[in-house]
Ligand binder design. Sequence first.
Ligand SMILES: Nc1ncnc2c1ncn2[C@@H]1O[C@H](COP(=O)(O)OP(=O)(O)OP(=O)(O)O)[C@@H](O)[C@H]1O
Ligand SMILES: [Mg+2]
Length: 287
Amino acid sequence: MLPTHPESLLIARSLHKEYDRHPVVKDLNLAIRPGEVYGLLGPNGSGKSTTIRMLTGILEPTKGTVSVCGHDMKRSPEMAKASLGYVPDEPVLYEKLTALEFLDFVGELYSLPKAVRRAAMREMLHLLDLEDRSGDRIESYSRGMKQKVAISAALLHNPQVLIMDEPITGLDPITVRVLKGMLRKMARSGAAILLSTHILEVAERLCDRIGILVDGFLVAEGTMAELSAKAPEMSVGGTTLEDIFVGLAAGEEHKDIIDSLEADEREASIASPRGGGPANQERNVGA
Ligand SMILES: Nc1ncnc2c1ncn2[C@@H]1O[C@H](COP(=O)(O)OP(=O)(O)OP(=O)(O)O)[C@@H](O)[C@H]1O
Ligand SMILES: [Mg+2]
């Protein structure tokens, strides 16, 4: 089925990917509108990165099409990619360069005039607190600092469509807060943003709509309110995003494991309430 909204900036139609005839993404339809932040959730191996690589034109779909700002990824890849910013799951950086050199290089690739490029670089480095180290080679950075450079590079040309694969992983809470603000601001100015994450709090607070991928199928999609309202009809116990995620994505065996561990926890807390038990009192001494 065609996901319809004439304004959508990022559209996937019937995307399908097979590896050695084994399907890992199945008939996936997405349509992300301007101003929208969309969260793609799913267990490990459910197909999020594969989907994202097809959306960014890095991976060719076995079937289906992708369109970015009206440009078909297969027919006009350069036009489609020019409107796109991408943060991969593992930062791909030229580590012998300094952050300044790398961002300048990326800005040139996007044909940003020198003054615009320099202003955008200064802003990114300031927002992400990298100014002090921006003259050092990237190879000397921590993991989180490298992630910040990758994010800066993706946002430098102020893309209309931003796609990020687990951008929050490895970032400190201050940076996460800043990044959330930056993404909301981009969305307010009309960008369409898709990100994958395992952090449900981020999905709930940042994303306007959420899609849950299980075994390559988009099994649920909607605003948080829509998903919560649909929870009973999806036979999910509880209406938090975690309840919905576990209800839809966990197999029966894992649901049994979770139920059994949670029953143990309830029994233990009845026998020895948290903070009141002798073991906890002992541990609290001197704290
Ligand atoms: N190059 C490849 N060759 C064969 N199978 C692959 C390849 N890349 C991914 N897969 C398979 O495709 C499936 C989906 O992987 P993918 O990386 O998209 O998952 P994911 O949802 O991003 O997981 P995670 O949360 O761990 O990042 C997995 O079963 C994986 O083993
Ligand atoms: Mg992944």
